[in-house]
Ligand binder design. Structure first.
Ligand code: 9D3
Length: 242
């Protein structure tokens, strides 16, 4: 997976991706990341990327020109890399991170993980001039109903969850298996050594070595937890089993 990110805060994206599992995956060339700093593409001599809103109202909007020129730089870079690697050029998949987008879920992550390349556009201020969005954006995604200051953290969330679905990134088949087994349920409680801590004992069944009993206990715990904490998921799980 090759990620391209258009942003006013490239260092935030770089820092977020150059850590832990994702860093290793980038070293192994399973992932790549290239950030494009929108401010570098402004032709304005004060390097301004924002301007007042027609029709009035509070706040500033990101203007068309810097974003469009930044996008053209991404396209040039994509074309070069496709040529270098002898790949066929594909139309761009440009994701605008916005509170007005479709809400990101695990199934959206699965859908996007099948792409070879993804381009992210992160907004700031009160938003972006609609005309440049019409010109470059093919998909708009929100990470949920709460207000942030910009699209960078959402882009990191989306890249994180897509990346772990790419074969080799987690190199942990058991995790993937467990995920399908408890599909749509919350995880059961887990314990490690010591057997007793602050007077609290690890549940007896987990020490029994009885594999079938352990599995039954874990499923029961998952069901109880999901019913209690996420009745919406619980209902869905029951519906899918009938
Ligand atoms: C004045 C109306 N505001 C919308 C509630 C404007 C506005 C506020 C904050 C527009 C953008 C932002 C910054 N947020 C994002 O760029 C963003 C976001 C978010 O705030 N929540 C969840 N998902 C996302 S994806 C991008």
């Amino acid at each position: 997976m090759n990620y391209y990110v258009m942003t006013l805060f490239p260092e935030l994206i770089e820092k977020g991706m150059h850590t832990g599992v994702l860093y290793r995956a980038m070293e192994e060339k399973l992932l790549s990341l290239e950030c494009f700093h929108i401010r570098e593409y402004t032709v304005n001599r004060h390097k301004r990327v924002d301007d007042y809103t027609y029709g009035g109202g509070a706040g500033m909007l990101m203007a068309c020109q810097p974003i469009y020129d930044c996008y053209r730089a991404v396209e040039t870079r994509r074309r070069l890399r496709a040529w270098e690697q002898g790949r066929k050029e594909k139309p761009a998949h440009v994701i605008y991170m916005s509170p007005q987008g479709r809400v990101f879920t695990q199934s959206v992550a699965e859908e996007l993980s099948r792409e070879e390349e993804l381009i992210f556009l992160c907004g700031h201020y009160e938003g972006i001039d609609e005309r440049v969005l019409e010109e470059v954006v093919t998909d708009t995604i929100s990470i949920g109903d709460y207000v942030l200051t910009g699209g960078e953290l959402p882009a990191l969330v989306v890249m994180d969850s897509i990346s772990r679905l790419i074969p080799g990134v987690l190199n942990n088949d058991v995790s993937a298996e467990t995920e399908s087994f408890t599909d749509g349920l919350l995880e059961y409680p887990q314990y490690t050594r010591p057997e007793e801590w602050m007077g609290k004992k690890v549940p007896e069944v987990l020490l029994s070595g009885h594999h079938a009993k352990v599995e039954a206990w874990r499923l029961e715990q998952s069901l109880l937890r999901t019913k209690e904490r996420r009745p919406d998921l619980y209902e869905k799980y029951l519906e899918e089993r009938t």
